[in-house]
Design a protein around this ligand. Sequence first.
Ligand SMILES: [Zn+2]
Length: 410
Amino acid sequence: MALRGTNQELGRPYNRRIVLETIRLEAPIARGDIARKVGLTVQTVSTIIRELEERGFVKGSREAPKGRGLPRTTLTLDPEGGFAIGLHATPIGVGAALVNLAGDIVGSRYHAFAPVSPDETFAVFETLIDEMRALRPGGRMLGIGVAMPGPTDVDSMSFVGPTTLEGWKGVPVVERLTAATGLPAFCGTEPSAAALGERLYGLGRDLSSFYYLYVGVGFGGAMVHGGSVLLGAHGNAGEIGHIPIVPDGDLCPCGNRGCLERYVSQEALDRRLKAIDPSARVETALEQHPKIVDTWIAETAPVLRRAIATIENLFDPDGIVISGFVPEALLERLFAATEPLMHSVAERSGRTSPRLLLSTEGKDAVMRGSASLAISAALSPRFGLLFAGEEERTERDPIMTGPTKKEVAA
Ligand SMILES: [Zn+2]
């Protein structure tokens, strides 16, 4: 999507974000190039850049001299210009990361536990949030994003069964996080947050269209097209875990038989391990119970292959990225077991890129993605506040609140 600025003064908060977004996507980039790209005058862009520099969001640097004349000054985001906290809630633990404006993880922590109540989980969240904030005590905190198992708002599937947060139905997660921290909070599903993280900072940077398969405690996915995660009408598009793919297969807590998630998920392996050795753990399964893992892979591979062909036929992506929360060695085994892939529209002539790609950054992708829900909400041109009244916008525009760099230094 081409971003275009507006030359009406009323559009200043919008223009700031257009300029910031252009720098984020195209850096290093010179003022004149930004002006040309977004259709604003160089003067307007320069005024905005000055504001953004004062607030510490962007920084300029001189290029190495080439021939005669003054070398150009190009602009990049200042990674330390702002931070967001990405949270990840699963039925077997929670993670938190402090993520900077450039998407780098400044620090992260994972806290494993047996399934606990929302209240106990929020207590852990608050401890983790304090720890993350302490990594940059003076830093500008833009917000908090939290990724939770999907799908959302489906009576038979949400908060039902061991792959979900049972007992969380009706918990006002976003409101509670904001009340506890004073920061704006945002919520997404694990696969959609991870797909966003992969799109912004991972393999997705080189793919205009890809499907992200997420092997977590459960199983899900999201389609990324034209740079955006397709959420569908209710945020559940691409949630494939409950596709009943095996006729008369295992009974699923949702009421169907043969759902994908009953086979391809960390919970599925855990169930098979515990049936034989109640003390067995997924993390050590490859060393301690290699036979059970082999059997699981053999049973799961044909199901996964069918899922892959189905996704390719439905979405025609550039490729499918397989990733997730599951231990890396197991993910690699699953990835290898997808060969030979089934026939699908992905076998087009002239294909040069692989149909399936492995990303081992799944855990980080979830937290980077959930943090970027907050970063995008504050900085992106698609920010909801743009549709509020101008007065309210200037007052609440998080880009313009807080002290400038000079004021901080003084
Ligand atoms: Zn199901």
